[in-house]
Design a protein around this ligand. Sequence first.
Ligand SMILES: Nc1ncnc2c1ncn2[C@@H]1O[C@H](COP(=O)(O)OP(=O)(O)OP(=O)(O)O)[C@@H](O)[C@H]1O
Length: 259
Amino acid sequence: MSSEPVIHCRDVVVRYGPVTVLDHVSFDVPERKTICLVGPNGGGKSTLLKVLLGLVKPQSGTVKVLGEDPRKARLQVGYMPQHVQIDSMFPIDVEGIVRMGRLRHGGFGFYTKEDNAATERALEEVNLLDYRRETYINLSGGMKQRVLIARALVNNPQLLLLDEPTAMVDAHIEAKLLEHLKSLHNRMTIILVTHDASFVSGLVDEVLCINRTAEYHPLEKVEDRAVQRLYGESVKAVRHDHHLPHGHSHSSEEREEPE
Ligand SMILES: Nc1ncnc2c1ncn2[C@@H]1O[C@H](COP(=O)(O)OP(=O)(O)OP(=O)(O)O)[C@@H](O)[C@H]1O
């Protein structure tokens, strides 16, 4: 592979009406790095992910994903959103959710054999093949999260974007997700947004702090007080010790998880 960065942003400006959300943001992400995005609420993290997905077009600046315009690179980018709105009157199964990741722009219609095989592989990867016919909305937070990861992986992407992947799960599920991300680390470039930065210990190569601007900080620097003032409390939690805090919990709804 070439040494071209997987992500290249130069002087990217995004405004919503009169409000500048990203102000001359410039950074590169080299191949097979795992980068954590941290920053205060409203700092522009989700907007930056949308720019990388080609969903938000900057007013100015250059964005290249895998050397292309983000919209062209879209099929090589896996995306796990924070939430998926599923109407409870529309009982889509696990397989249906994952297969959605195979939809091409304007390509509604029948799924091919390849689509079905890719769906199966992705479900196997997250160990949920036996749950393929279960109704998605009935699953626990941790299982839903794994289904969404399978959907993000279904095109065997070169770049994986995860928006708050631990937002709805308990500490033991976090630990499993961490192990899974470590296993993907050698295969693809990973960008993850998190408020729960203790989760990323031992996984991320660098932290990209976003607060209207973007700045890389090596892990050891983000505990610096000046950095914390700029980018908020979330930065504080990035540590090198590789344990998850005991009793740390986001939800009590978990049911027994398949290993
Ligand atoms: N579609 C939109 N129209 C107008 N303003 C928006 C839109 N999307 C986001 N914003 C505003 O842009 C700013 C940045 O939002 P963004 O969601 O990117 O931040 P964030 O860092 O992801 O925040 P959080 O940590 O709370 O998820 C916020 O002030 C938000 O209210």
